[in-house]
Design a protein. Structure first.
Length: 242
């Protein structure tokens, strides 16, 4: 169950079956690909075909830059898990720059909270009430906005998909590899998507992500495996660009 909950945070060439023109109009998809086009999206989390919960995500423009928020509510048997994340960042000379991040988790088990403040001379992380100061390096992301950096790099056709971030009071690196393209079935219909795999060393876990160029490079599906067995499946069910 813990691995399933973690998935809610996140997110060979075959015949194309893209969304219809009418669907594209309803979603208000930008005519030009734009990683920072404001949008709202809703996802459903499944386990072995059974629905576990819902998740929402919203990207908006603010007076000082951008705000990305994510929330999820999962229930499984006697377990529950509610999470909220908020990220504030700017775009400076084409570079995404983190400003502030907040995360909170409530439900079965221990509650968790994390706050991260980014500045030019230091990054301050408070996790489990422990404060840690980290020396910043260029292109350091928070656990939410790195996903926008991934979208931007795919739009720009970058070959290396690697992201340095501060998370849980420490530093980590996420690396993704391309596995080609694939047409997948989703609640929104059959969609052609770029298939990615998160690269891990010495791990029994495997995470696959499908991102659709036809939907402005939105995540349409994410599946978590452990020891080769599917643990959870996150699927896009609603999308609208503002």
């Amino acid at each position: 169950m813990i691995k399933i909950i973690k998935l809610s945070l996140l997110l060979a060439v075959t015949a194309i079956s893209a969304p219809t023109f009418a669907q594209n109009n309803e979603m208000n998809i930008p005519s030009k690909q734009d990683a920072l086009a404001p949008y709202q999206a809703s996802y459903t989390l499944f386990r072995k075909g059974s629905e576990l919960g819902k998740g929402q995500r919203k990207l908006s423009k603010t007076d000082n830059g951008y705000a990305l928020s994510s929330s999820s509510n999962i229930k499984w048997m006697f377990l529950s898990d509610t999470r909220k994340e908020n990220s504030e960042f700017t775009l400076e000379q084409g570079i995404l720059t983190a400003q502030k991040y907040h995360y909170e988790r409530t439900g079965t088990g221990r509650d968790r909270e994390e706050n991260i403040e980014f500045s030019t001379d230091k990054i301050t992380s408070i996790y489990k009430n422990n404060e840690k100061v980290i020396k910043p390096i260029q292109l350091t992301f928070d656990p939410l906005m790195y996903q926008l950096a991934l979208r931007k790099d795919l739009i720009d056709d970058k070959k290396v998909l690697s992201y340095h971030m501060v998370r849980r009071g420490g530093e980590t690196q996420y690396l993704f590899e391309r596995l080609g393209t694939e047409t997948i079935k989703t609640p929104m219909g059959r969609i052609e998507a770029i298939k990615l795999r998160r690269v891990r060393e010495n791990s029994t876990r495997n995470t696959l992500i499908w991102i659709a160029p036809s939907l402005n490079y939105s995540v349409v599906k994410m599946t978590q495996f452990k020891n080769g067995q599917e643990q959870a499946d996150l699927q896009l069910n609603w999308l609208h660009f503002d």
